[in-house]
Write a protein that binds this ligand. Sequence first.
Ligand code: DSN
Length: 413
Amino acid sequence: MDFDALTHDDPEVAELILAEHRRQRDTLDLIASENLCPRAVREVMASLLTDKYAEGYPGRRWYGGCEVVDEVERLAIARGKALFGCEHINVQPHSGSQANMAVYFAALEPGDTILSMNLAHGGHLTHGQESNFSGRLYRIVHYGVSPETERIDYDALARQAREVRPAMLVGGASSYPRAIDVARMADIAHDVGARLLIDMAHFAGLVVGGVHPDPVPVADFVTATTHKTLRGPRGGLVICKKEDARHIDHTVFPGIQGGPLMHVIAGKAVSFALAMAEEFRTYQQRVVANCRAMADEMALLGYRLVSGGTDTHLFLVDLRPMHLTGARVQAWLGSAGIVTNKNVIPFDDQPPSDPSGVRLGTPSLTSRGADEADVRQAARWIDRVLRASDPSAEAERLRPEVVDFCRSHPIPE
Ligand code: DSN
């Protein structure tokens, strides 16, 4: 990595970035929402596009000197429309939270009812958590997963929608391992006159890769982050039909944001182009195949997986049969160089700070070239630590093997 100016001007921050580089280089990242964006995207993010103010939209800015960034944003929009096959895309949201906020503000009034996935069953903060703006501004009713299958019961959801009559149905989750039946969700929403938002933050890359049902043709609004399975810069986007385009754009700016981050928008343009290549499709197929293989290995090793497995890039391990909790497991695996996150599981008795599950995902590992044999090995490493009589000591013993693996599967430099 090349940090000549930074090393000279601020060696302290330069050293922290190098430390993070070493950490990423020498650890296995199994956090399902993380990925490794290509160097081209990082170069754009570090470019002087960060200096430009461009409030407004291409051709309609509140600042002079926007002729180049206009082209950047037009390119991101054109590529985004081609990639997702959508009528309209807004590439300015700084994050997935702001993308969701834009949709709620554009389509709802405060106090309207939103029917969304329970956070404790895999939903997201912006789907109505009580301290989040969504939970404070709207009347939130949650659906969850069935206690028997740990999957969404679409018949039950349809009945609930008929009782609740929400203004908006929200589909999408942060820790739901199964594909979402977006067509069924659209039927349920439209049957009760609700608008449908599909938050595909986690699975946008899978949609592009053709390994998850595509919400774009059936949903009124689709939001995404660009840094998870999509493997782009950290940011968000909103997709909608032409009739909502003006309203969404006006809600993003000036409604909830000021100046767009033009370096990030350029990064989105680059990642959209990369996502159109055949290699990206293959990558997404491998993310899902790797996830299935790793989940299968964990199940063979005797672990209980929420819903019995996965259709996506992530799965959840129920630690209760092992008499373990997520915080300890996350810490032990972290000592071995295996980075995970503790996670609530449906019907969890444990508090969110130390829940009964751990979430495992394969996007980052697959970006390093890991194959099914590699992820099965990662599962066996996890088992080795968790079954050891002294997991902390076993994690220390395992650490050099993890580093060897990481060195033979480098991160993008
Ligand atoms: N925090 C993200 C995740 O880890 O799933 C969701 O925004």
